[in-house]
Design a protein around this ligand. Sequence first.
Ligand code: ZN
Ligand code: FE
Length: 242
Amino acid sequence: MPLDIVRVPVLSDNYAWLVHDTESGETVAIDPGEAGPVLAAAADRGWRIDHVWTTHWHPDHTGGNAAIKAQGATITGPGAEATKIPTLDVRVGEGDSVSLGAHVARVMTVPGHTQGHIAFHFADDAVIFTGDTLFAMGCGRLFEGTPADMFANMQRYAALPDETAVFCGHEYTQSNGRYALVAEPDNAAIARRMIDVDAARARGEATVPTTIALEKATNPFLRATSAAQLGDYRAAKDAFKG
Ligand code: ZN
Ligand code: FE
């Protein structure tokens, strides 16, 4: 049975995700930046949140942990950031597996945005949760790492199957796309995608999830051919007023 995945907008532009396995009835909340909307979205569906999976310590991804834990959930996240995630129950890192019923997600350590940042890859379901590392047409800011760190992450993401659905932590696509048009002015796929993105945002619709195939065609950070090029793009995007 496929996983049932629900997008829950929280804070100003964050996405928390509810993932539900219909066979076992288990539900995980990924990166609940606040508890209220996530608990409500679960309750609407008659789901109880058994697990919280945290990609990194930033408060816009962990702000809801304590309240959801108080309702009985177990909190799993990066062991390398345990001191910054006081709610953490289960510490994981590269190569570990976490499960939701019979569905298994492999943990990838993908540093750079934060030093212990992790992603959750359900290979059999062709689904990955990338937090603040891979975004639609962008990547996370390098608060605790280097362009080489993020370049290595992007190489790993680019090696995933094209059809892999990418669920990230923010609705940044339109802003990222405006910069992508500048970074790669001759890339027609970016220009075409931006027509769709602008239309979706004008209708108030989300642009996430994306896919590895779409990012390989339109994401300058995933398409960068060196750490130096990724670093140049990252610095330019940080200063970009699009
Ligand atoms: Zn973050
Ligand atoms: Fe964030």
